[in-house]
Design a protein around this ligand. Sequence first.
Ligand SMILES: Cc1ncc(C[n+]2csc(CCOP(=O)(O)OP(=O)(O)O)c2C)c(N)n1
Length: 938
Amino acid sequence: MKFEQFSGVNAGYVLELYEKFRQNPDSVDPATRSAFQSWTPPADVQAAAPAGSAVSGIHTIVGAANLAESIRRYGHLAARIDPLGSTPPGDPSLSPRAHGISDDDLRQLPASLVGGPVAETSTSAYDAIEKLRRVYCSTTGFDYAHVFVPEEREWLRHAAESGRFLPPMDSGSAKALLDRIAQVETFERFLHRAFPGKTRFSVEGVDMLVPILDEIICGAADRGVRHTIIGMAHRGRLNVLAHILQKPYAQILAEFKDPVASASRLNLGWMGDVKYHSGARTSAPRGQMHVTMPPNPSHLEAVDPVVVGMARAAGTVSDGRGAPRFDGARTLPVLIHGDAAFPGQGIVAETLNLSRLAGYDTDGTLHIISNNQVGFTATPAESYSTSYASGLARGFKIPIVHVNADDPVACIEAARLAWEYRSRFRRDFLIDLIGYRRYGHNEGDEPSFTQPLMYKKVASHPTVREQFADTLVKQGTVTQAESDDLVTKYHKALEKAFESLRPEEDLAPPAAEDVPAGIAGRTATGVAFDRLVEINDALQRDPQGFTFSKKLDRGRQRRKTALASRDERTIDWAVAEELALATILADGIPIRLTGEDVERGTFSHRHAVYHDAETGEHFVPLQDFPQARAPFEIYNSPLTENAAIGFEFGYNIQEPGRLVVWEAQYGDFINGAQVMLDQFITSGRAKWGLRPSLVFLLPHGHEGQGPEHSSARPERFLEAAANINLRLVNCTTAAQYFHLLRRQAALLHRDPLPLFVLTPKSLLRHQAVASSPRELEEGRFQSVIDDAEARGRARNIKRVVLCSGKVYVDLVASELRPAAANVAICRVEQLYPFPNVALRDVLDGYPSIRELVWLQEEPENMGAWEFVRPLLAELLGDRLPLRYISRPRSASPSEGSAAWHQLNQKAIIERAFDLNSHAGAPPAVRSLDVPSLTGSKT
Ligand SMILES: Cc1ncc(C[n+]2csc(CCOP(=O)(O)OP(=O)(O)O)c2C)c(N)n1
């Protein structure tokens, strides 16, 4: 046993135990006894314990060791991390008295009791403790005691105490740092004067953010990282864009001038966004390194999972078949948080929770809290229940360094430590950069209304540049004139850009690409029958030595024989999906499929991952068939919608050539990600020129399961639909689903759009939605499906009922249908883009039609009705009345009881076939309300 192995509390504990053993060997357990029988404490420790008074000697030794440990654990509480000079809270355990010892006792004790690098250069425990205080209670607060992995904790301790990440402050490095700080500050001051009162969310007060990013990016570039992806909100964004992303000053200044966008930029629904939300990518690499910052909505922290997803995609090597490899050494995600937003926004916790999960981890994300000690007007006491803004990170065992933003050297040390830790342990790290906010929340805001005392201090507080320049001048590293010249240099550069500004030309919105019309409709998606058979055989083979669950026998047998005949309707939803995915992989397009429980499928229909009944081992047929030319990844996601969808969105925009599919457990749960939908997915193209193509599978349909499992709320997607920004489909056959997925994959490069699919639940195995192999071979996706049965008697048809999705099956399965010879039932399979041409063609085929009815099972104020109503009215003109059938208006999507559901569903179906129910109705939109049990019609 080596005493040197122990430090702090551990050392104290060993000595205490040893003393116990010395007094009575039987008082310790046998293993300890035998260890102590062949051990004597080190000579310096023995010497420290006064002879004959072992108990009090040990007491002093234990006290010293415990004091050292307390400083390591709680020293950050006494650190001077606030540039505005507030008194740190401190902790009683940081004083020798709390451990029953005095400074004099410490002077008598050897430095080895304190342990670590400080002991090596100290003459006594007192000396070592003082050094320890300088490490832990200075302008940096090392906060890592919550890290559970001993090796990591030990590394962090050594890193902090050895000071090996302190930057060399030779004259060259010090001048370079001052130069950079001058550049950061001058940029803000210039904007302040050139555009007084204009919002820019100045970085001033946490200026060191930029040199910290420099240090991290350089460290990463040296270690071969190829891509840094930065996510951040408004504060300091312009500065980071200018100095880290190298966005030209001219472009930034042009945005301040805000010229009206020219007509050429207005296609594709281009609307643009405010300057402090836009993103950028370095046009040329810094060395081998590219830096990207995705655009960001105002919604704080919403970009976090997006950045992490982008990094995951960038690091995922997608060649060959099987499962793709992830190589985190290529990419580095950096998230810059606000001190109010980090603890307040739940998406942060959701994102941190992804950090160690298979399929989601990035080999470490670096976090920086840009902590200006105020959130708009809110104080820390109003913003978080934790001791620090960073408290949440502790639960995820993320090491934290709180650092005073007025100490450039400490800030650079924190950055170097963060990068090294991430690189070595491939885990997240957090820098809590504590500064202040020079102005109000924005530059037109008056901060002293709410923070009068703080802003009195800020008004007379010298900037970090002024302080650092002062230090260097005093040291003789630079002269005052040299320091002033730096400011002049950068001011001139900005002035030059400003004077030669041509705002119209300098503004650079993303180039809008025109998509030739009709590409989607022309995309061929059929697959030859023989090819399907060959692929299905490969997928359904029984791998050697793998034991399938007996309960899967029937289902697997069905899949094996699904292509036995070309014309039998043997393809159910799951088979159609598997064949679609397999043929997409065979076409060389990688696929990522995630969502809660997707591997098996919520409704136990997918079984994309089999578990060996004997060994629990996994078998993924889509990763293991010879025709595949691209990898397939599938992960059960953690129980989140918001971060999960943000992540997939990021993955998708980073690697647009891969098919990314996310499935909701039930469609309605997607509303937990409303911010992602509204802020990124449906508006991302209009605001930022992004082209997402993510697929959402949303189980939808009224089946009597209650209000929460019935509706994916299609009305919300339709409300957001404009300028061809998405596709919304509610298809009714397995073949349609097959073609839809294949079409989406084929359009990834040519016409990418997010695709929302309302998918079935009980119908997954229903014969009514099954298709024949011939339909996979010969068909293609149809946005409208005519009533094949009614076609033969088209002249008799008086009413055409239009519907979408599962209610179609209820209609055609109704016993009333055979008698209703003058009713045709047509399906609108794609709700957006609205297929008005296809629909007109269908309606033209019914020459005797008297009325068009839109039928939906959703309440009148939900579903597609409000969206299709003007479109159908326009289609019909004055020719025909337009009517609708639905559940009555309701605040809740559906009934809470299965019996009640059936009653209402039945009434809807009856109305569809009852031509007399509204005889004499005026030729206008008219409500055909289904009677409700509440009796209310409004
Ligand atoms: C989700 C969300 N809620 C509210 C706001 C409005 N808002 C904008 S900035 C801000 C304060 C943010 O404080 P902090 O996170 O400390 O960042 P700082 O602005 O101080 O850098 C608030 C509440 C927002 N942008 N996003």
